[in-house]
Design a protein around this ligand. Structure first.
Ligand code: AMP
Length: 416
C-alpha cells in the first residue's frame, strides 16, 4: 500500500540489478534524471570480488575485497554510496525508493509493481521458471528490505513488456497441457531495453510511438529482436528461456529440437551437460572456437580465420531473418533500432545486417554508420525505413517505472 510509506522529499532513486555473481547499481536524481553515481560488483562469492564505483564527475574508485555472498556485496555498495568522498548520499533516508530488476515475471506481471509480501510470494513462484536469475534478484530485494525497511521498493521485470504478445506469437506447438500445467510458452526477455529504445526512437524521430512500427535489435552477449507495433510488443525472438532466437555470444539460439536428444546420445551427455553446452559453449564461440566477444572475432576474421568469418555471417543471417519475419508480421516497418554492446559498437556487424535490403526500404548510410555508442540516425536520407543507433539504458527505465509507481505520476520526458 503506497500510503503506508512516509512521504519522502528526495527524488533520489536507486536502481538495482542483482545477478548471480554480479550486481549493477545507479543512484539517479529523478528531478532532472541526473546520474549521481553508478557501480558494478563482480565475482561475488568467488576469488577476487571487486567493486568499481563511479561518482558523477569523479574518477572510478575500485576496491578488491572478499564478498562471500550478496549481503556482503550490498554492504560494499552501501559503503561506497555513503562514503563522504566518493559517495552520492549522506544517509539512506535520502533515497526515495529502490527499483529492482527481476528477470522473470511469468504471466503474473505485465508491468512493474510495488513490492509487498504477496508480490514476494509470487516472485518465489516465478523462480521455478528462471532458476539461475530470479533467486539472486529476490535475494537482492530481501537484503535491501532488511537495510531499508521503510523505503518503497519496486520490481521491474524483463518479461513484462512482452506480455502484450498475442497467443499466436507466444504458444509453442506442443500439447496444450504443458502450457496450462507448467506455463511453457514464449515469454521474451530484455523487455526493459526494448521498451526504452523504442520510446527513444519515437522521440528522436519526433513521432508518436502509438503510430509506429519498430523493430528493436538488442545485440549484446545475450541478443534478441522485438517487433513493436503501435507501442506494444507483438513478437520477440527469445522464448521460454533466454536461449531461443538469435545466435548469441555463447548461446545457440534456435535449433531443431531433435538435435538435443541426438547429441546427448552421440556424446553421452546428461541433461545438465547438454544445457551447459547450449548455454555456454555454443553461439559465435561454438562456431568460431575463438571467442564470444565480437572484437576478438573481427580481429580473427581480418587475419583470415574462416570459422570466425563464418560465425559473424551466421549471426548476421539470423538477425536479418528475424527482421524480415517482423516486417511481414507488422506489414511494414518505420524504424529499426540497434542497441547493446554489439548493436551500439560494431560498425561492421550493422553493415552486414543492413546490407542489400534496399528493396524493402532499408538503406544504411555507411558514413553515418561509422559511429559508436551514441544516439544517431544511421540510415540514408532517402531510406524509407529509419535506422537508429540508440545506447540502451535499462537502469534509467527501472528508475522511471519506480518513480511512476511510487508517486503515482508518469515521469517527465527528458531529451538526453
Ligand atoms: P553487452 O552484453 O550488451 O554488454 O555486450 C557485450 C558484447 O558487446 C561484447 O561481448 C562484445 O562482443 C560486444 N562489443 C563491445 N564493444 C564492441 C566493439 N567496440 N566492437 C564490437 N563488439 C563490441
Amino acid at each position: 500500500d503506497l500510503h503506508s510509506f512516509p512521504t519522502r522529499r528526495s527524488s533520489d532513486l536507486w536502481s538495482f540489478n542483482c545477478g548471480s555473481s554480479s550486481l549493477k547499481y545507479q543512484v539517479i536524481d529523478m528531478e532532472g534524471e541526473l546520474l549521481l553515481a553508478k557501480g558494478l560488483v563482480e565475482r561475488i562469492s568467488m576469488e577476487g570480488s571487486i567493486i568499481t564505483h563511479e561518482k558523477r564527475c569523479m574518477d572510478k574508485w575500485v576496491n578488491e575485497t572478499p564478498m562471500e555472498n550478496h549481503d556482503d556485496a550490498i554492504e560494499q555498495v552501501l559503503n561506497a554510496i555513503l562514503d563522504p568522498e566518493h559517495g552520492a548520499l549522506k544517509s539512506l533516508d535520502e533515497l526515495g525508493a529502490v527499483g529492482h530488476r527481476v528477470v522473470h515475471g511469468a504471466e503474473k506481471f505485465a508491468s512493474s509493481v510495488l513490492i509487498n509480501s504477496s508480490v514476494m510470494e509470487a516472485l518465489e513462484e516465478c523462480a521455478d521458471l528462471a532458476p539461475l536469475h530470479n533467486p539472486p534478484n529476490i535475494h537482492g530485494i530481501m537484503a535491501c528490505q532488511k537495510l531499508m525497511p521503510n523505503t518503497p521498493m519496486v520490481a521491474v521485470f524483463d518479461t513484462a513488456f512482452h506480455q502484450t504478445m498475442p497467443p499466436e506469437s507466444f504458444m509453442y506447438a506442443i500439447p496444450y497441457e504443458y502450457y496450462s500445467k507448467h506455463g511453457i510458452r514464449r515469454y521474451g526477455f530484455h523487455g526493459t531495453s526494448h521498451k526504452y529504445v523504442a520510446q527513444r526512437a519515437a522521440q528522436i524521430m519526433n513521432n508518436n510511438l502509438e503510430e509506429m512500427k519498430i523493430i528493436t535489435c538488442h545485440l549484446g552477449n545475450g541478443a534478441s529482436v522485438s517487433a513493436i507495433k503501435y507501442g506494444k510488443c507483438i513478437d520477440t525472438s527469445m522464448g521460454f528461456t533466454p536461449l531461443e532466437g538469435l545466435v548469441m555470444g555463447t548461446r545457440s539460439g534456435d535449433l531443431d529440437p531433435a538435435i538435443v536428444t541426438y547429441i546427448r546420445e552421440k556424446e553421452h551427455l546428461d541433461i545438465g551437460e547438454a544445457n551447459h553446452i547450449l548455454n555456454t559453449q555454443s553461439g559465435v564461440l561454438g562456431i568460431s572456437g575463438v571467442s564470444s566477444d565480437f572484437r576478438d572475432l573481427e580481429e580473427a576474421s581480418e587475419e583470415g580465420n574462416e570459422r570466425a568469418q563464418l560465425a559473424l555471417k551466421v549471426f548476421a543471417h539470423k538477425v536479418r531473418f528475424y527482421i524480415g519475419a517482423y516486417i511481414a508480421e507488422m506489414n511494414g516497418v518505420d524504424a529499426i533500432v540497434f542497441t547493446a554492446g554489439v548493436g551500439e559498437n560494431d560498425i561492421g556487424m550493422r553493415d552486414i545486417i543492413c546490407n542489400n535490403m534496399g528493396n524493402i526500404g532499408i538503406k544504411l548510410d555507411v558514413v553515418k554508420n561509422r559511429t559508436r555508442g551514441k544516439e544517431m540516425i544511421i540510415s540514408r536520407d532517402d531510406s524509407p525505413v529509419t535506422i537508429l543507433l540508440i545506447p540502451t539504458n535499462e537502469e534509467l527505465m527501472i528508475a522511471r517505472d519506480t518513480l511512476e509507481i511510487v508517486t503515482g505520476k508518469p515521469p517527465r520526458s527528458y531529451a538526453m
